[in-house]
Ligand binder design. Structure first.
Ligand code: SER
Length: 315
């Protein structure tokens, strides 16, 4: 990775990955793109271009203009939005992906795109979900993610594109909100805990899902992309996780810092159905063995950091 193009750079992952990559690889070597423009550092502190990932010509032109050797494709709709707009999700999630893969093939770029715990479904083993297992998701997002994993493997096998991916759990961060995901409750809860000392959860008590703090997610992307390819038996995509919890557990952890914190439930049937179809906890052993994946943050350490950083952010 010497010259890196990111799509969806103003999204939840890109908002932090762009800055981290600029620190490591040099500001001018990390080209951020997104369909919109803001006054955030992603836009102002280094190279930035407006890009609609549906426009393959524009994507190819930007990649050529900067002579990139790596594409980090992040632009996508998350699970709940994809359920509300399934056709748009298919077009954007699959169309954007195949465009980014085509540009990578043409310019011989290394390639990364995230998959998700959403690539699993109700018939997948729920606990300690193996790396290689049944993947019959029942959501549009899941269909996109499984098809995407297969497509990335295909571009590796057929065209020799160095594709790599991670099945991310819910990602928790204080910088950019996720938006449209099923796991978003685990981000919103911290904001509401600080602002109002109460939160109404749309995910029911007892619903376990995998989660990870953003610093671990960023390290995982960079470590996987820097990993020696001869050690990789898998490519698209590796299970990674740092913790698995249900709403009552995160609430209890928050109460250690904000004793008055109260939790109520108003379950959203759409997102609850999605959550019910996903694993309780996935097994990241393949990622540990093949490229040394390890997460630093557990629920307690993440909660301490989240609340501290968010208090500063929210004044
Ligand atoms: N965080 C994502 C979502 O909830 C899962 O990949 O959609």
């Amino acid at each position: 990775m010497k010259k890196i193009l990111l799509t969806g750079a103003l999204g939840q992952i890109g908002s932090e990955l762009t800055g981290k990559m600029r620190e490591i690889y040099g500001t001018d070597n990390v080209i951020a793109t997104d369909i919109r423009q803001t006054d955030s550092e992603v836009v102002t502190a280094g190279p930035f271009e407006i890009l609609d990932v549906m426009d393959i010509e524009a994507m190819g032109n930007i990649a050529k203009k900067y002579n990139v050797d790596t594409i980090i494709h992040l632009a996508a709709l998350l699970s709940a939005t994809a359920e509300a707009k399934p056709l748009l999700a298919w077009n954007l999630n699959m169309g954007g992906l195949v465009n980014a893969l085509e540009v990578s093939r043409e310019l011989q770029c290394q390639f990364f795109t995230p998959s998700s715990i959403g690539a699993f479904g109700p018939t997948t083993p729920k606990d300690c979900t193996p790396q290689d297992t049944i993947q019959r998701p029942t959501t549009m997002y899941g269909v996109n993610k499984v098809a995407g994993e297969l497509l990335c493997d295909y571009y590796y096998q057929k065209f020799g594109v160095d594709t790599r991916g991670l099945r991310f759990p819910g990602l928790i961060s204080y910088v950019a909100p996720p938006g449209g995901g099923t796991t978003d409750y685990a981000v919103e809860i911290y904001y509401e805990a600080i602002k109002n000392e109460r939160y109404t959860s749309y995910i029911d008590r007892g619903t376990y899902m995998d989660m990870m703090y953003m610093p671990d997610a960023l390290n995982a992307i960079i470590d996987l992309m820097e990993a020696n390819p001869s050690n990789l038996k898998h490519r698209n995509s590796f299970n990674v996780t740092a913790m698995s919890f249900e709403p009552e557990q995160i609430a209890a952890e928050i109460r250690k810092h904000i004793p008055a914190f109260e939790m109520e439930y108003q379950v959203d049937p759409v997102r609850q159905t999605i959550a019910n179809s996903w694993p309780n906890s996935i097994d990241p052993t393949a990622a540990s063995e093949e490229w040394g994946f390890k997460a630093d943050y557990d629920l307690a350490k993440m909660t301490t950091d989240m609340l501290e950083k968010l208090k500063m952010k929210l004044g």
